[in-house]
Design a protein around this ligand. Structure first.
Ligand code: PAF
Length: 268
């Protein structure tokens, strides 16, 4: 399929691990719109459950696989192509697929980097591999994985500065839950408890200092018996302690057996 498009095509890439939902559909629609502005533009969805970014083998083993439904979502959203490589195509046996040097935002802030050791090394490895194979002009990444977005931005700037990273706002269920492929594993009761995460982020925006915002988030999570891995306000780009620049409130928490993450702009 990539051969058919040729090296002159203006590809907008949507990297995914499948189990697509309405959030992905919005990424694809944005990709299609961006492709419309490129010469010979087309939007290509990549579906590949990348083994190297899972620090928990059980999480990898149970990652949902819904290819038929995924292909329908891609077609309905107007994708020009879907690329579903085999593992050996991405990681050929005997070949050492390079892990790029990790940017500081991948290893320092003490957020996902602390909780999921090796995760961003795997993400950077596969994203660079996607870019080398597909040679996109633009790649679209969702804001729900905020630290991933900053890591990919920093890594791409150094490794492949010609690729533009286009962010896409998080898509939410009507009640506020951020859409995620893992939501399907929530029990009905945990689905309700999980709403405390978006509620906490909303409440944090009403506080004018970061310490108060963090206390408010923790209090709302505690009411729902959620003990977060983190509930913090950080610099939006570096994810280090907040300074003068734009800020982001970020939460990660296990709700029942499911690890949920979410974030929002923090205006304070
Ligand atoms: O966000 C994801 O789904 C994955 O981390 C990505 C970017 C597709 C890399 O496997």
């Amino acid at each position: 399929m990539l051969e058919r498009l040729g090296s002159e095509a203006g590809i907008v890439l949507i990297p995914t691990m499948g189990a697509l939902h309405a959030g992905h559909a919005s990424l694809i629609r944005r990709g299609v719109a961006l492709a419309g502005r490129l010469d010979r533009g087309t939007c290509v969805v990549w579906i590949f459950v990348n083994p190297t970014q899972f620090n928990d083998p059980a999480d990898y083993a149970r990652y949902p696989k819904t290819l038929d439904a995924d292909l329908r979502i891609c077609a309905d959203a107007g994708a020009g192509g879907v690329y579903v490589p085999a593992t050996e195509e991405i990681y050929p046996p005997g070949v050492n697929v390079r892990v790029p040097e990790l940017p500081r935002v991948a290893i320092h802030p003490g957020l996902e980097d602390a909780k999921r050791p090796g995760h961003f090394a795997g993400v950077c490895q596969v994203v660079l591999r996607f870019f080398e194979i597909v040679k996109p002009k633009i790649a679209v990444f969702g804001e729900k994985d905020w630290q991933q977005l900053q890591v990919v931005r920093a890594m791409t700037k150094r490794e492949m500065p010609g690729v533009e990273i286009a962010p896409m706002p998080t898509v939410r269920e009507a009640d506020g839950l951020a859409m995620s492929s893992r939501n399907r594993f929530l029990s009905a009761e945990d689905r309700v408890r999980g709403l405390a995460i978006s509620r906490a982020l909303r409440a944090a925006t009403g506080e004018s200092d970061a310490g108060a915002a963090e206390r408010t988030m923790r209090a709302i999570l505690a009411e729902a018996q959620i003990d977060p891995e983190y509930a913090v306000v950080r610099d939006a780009e570096t994810l280090e302690k907040p300074g003068a620049g734009a800020k982001r409130a970020l939460i990660a928490a296990r709700v029942g057996s499911v690890r949920l993450i979410d974030n929002a702009a923090w205006p304070g």
